[in-house]
Design a protein around this ligand. Structure first.
Ligand SMILES: Nc1nc2c(ncn2[C@@H]2O[C@H](COP(=O)(O)OP(=O)(O)O)[C@@H](O)[C@H]2O)c(=O)[nH]1
Ligand SMILES: [Mg+2]
Length: 322
């Protein structure tokens, strides 16, 4: 396989999983070839139905994702998966599990599963995830599923920028609905009660229905989020969930929401890149100031407080911009 940006970009557009994996790695590592290849494939993005799946650890998100892959494949669709869940069998320390899974689908170029490390991402987790989404999108996957644990801001960014956000809850976590953070309730387009085979599913359903009813009253919209029961382990309810996802996609396409969502995601990427690059350049300019070395040693000696020192140095460079 060619190691040039052009070669990898061609491989991605030819839907070679190896090339896609390589490009995602380049982008994660900040390899300049990644940027070049991304520019080449970019015009081929913007087609995939991006589905975010989130919920507390152990809710069955990975199991559900697996079941959704099978259902989508039955419907003749190619599926990309990005697992951002550190406890996922696809990710975290389970690199081996990942490989095993890749092997099960080795001959099925219709499925591409990639897990994201949760630490040390250049530009943050959401950027790395959006880069991976772009790659799978350009590879012509009809559906790209992103699994995240609904905890941090990064994860919230990821799911709220998906076309269809699925919030998974399960009975038996104590005060279940507490586990759905307010932000997640707002971001949800579809709600799933997984482990419907377990006791407590009915009580959870009633609580969720109440919350959704309240949401509807405070923020009426054209889309009433459906509540679907699944037993991910057996696949029960997964066809219904897929039907609802299809219905949501059709609604988005008809209302212009699909295009709006893409616009918002592009702007988010642009702002995050701008912030990162601007910060890097300004930092370099500040450190190149003649007074920088002296200020740093004054801070070290305790002769000046770090706040005043930083303000002084930024003052030096902002003079040059004015
Ligand atoms: N009883 C039951 N167990 C399930 C179901 N779905 C997932 N599980 C189990 O719940 C555990 C956590 O599942 P996993 O998919 O890793 O959860 P995640 O952390 O949300 O990705 C695993 O042991 C699954 O086998 C279900 O519908 N019913
Ligand atoms: Mg998981």
């Amino acid at each position: 396989m060619s190691q040039t940006a052009a070669g990898i970009a061609a491989g991605v557009l030819a839907r070679e999983i190896g090339a896609g994996a390589r490009l995602i790695r380049w982008l994660e590592e900040g390899d300049p070839r990644g940027r070049d290849a991304l520019a080449t494939i970019y015009p081929h993005t913007g087609q995939a139905h991006l589905i975010g799946i989130t919920g507390p650890p152990g809710a069955g998100k990975s199991t559900l994702t697996n079941a959704l892959i099978s259902e989508q494949r039955k419907r003749g669709r190619r599926v990309g998966v990005i697992a951002v869940d550190p406890s996922s069998p696809f990710s975290g320390g389970a690199v081996l599990g990942d490989r095993v899974r890749m092997q099960t689908h080795a001959l099925d170029t219709g499925v591409f599963i990639r897990s994201m490390g949760t630490r040390g991402q250049l530009g943050g987790l959401s950027r790395a995830t959006f880069d991976a989404i772009l790659v799978q999108d350009a590879m012509g996957y009809d559906v790209v599923i992103v699994e995240t644990v609904g905890v941090g801001q990064d994860e919230l960014d990821i799911v709220s920028l998906a076309h269809s956000t699925v919030i998974v809850s399960v009975p038996g976590l104590g005060d279940e609905v507490q586990a759905i953070k307010a932000g997640l309730l707002e971001a949800g387009d579809l709600f799933v009660v997984n482990k419907a085979d377990r006791e407590g599913a009915d009580a959870l359903t009633r609580q969720l229905e109440l919350m959704l009813h309240l949401r509807e009253q405070t923020r009426p919209s054209d889309w009433t989020p459906p509540l679907v029961h699944t037993t991910a382990l057996t696949g029960q309810g997964v066809a219904t969930l897929t039907d609802e996802l299809d219905r949501h996609l059709a609604m988005l396409k008809a209302s212009g929401g699909f295009a709006a969502c893409l616009k918002e995601r592009n702007r988010h990427m642009f702002e995050s890149l701008l912030q990162e690059q601007a910060a890097r350049q300004i930092l370099a300019a500040a450190l190149a100031e003649p007074s920088a070395a002296q200020l740093i040693s004054a801070v070290e000696q305790g002769d000046i407080d770090p706040y005043s020192a930083a303000a002084q140095l930024v003052g030096c460079i902002s003079l040059k911009f004015s």
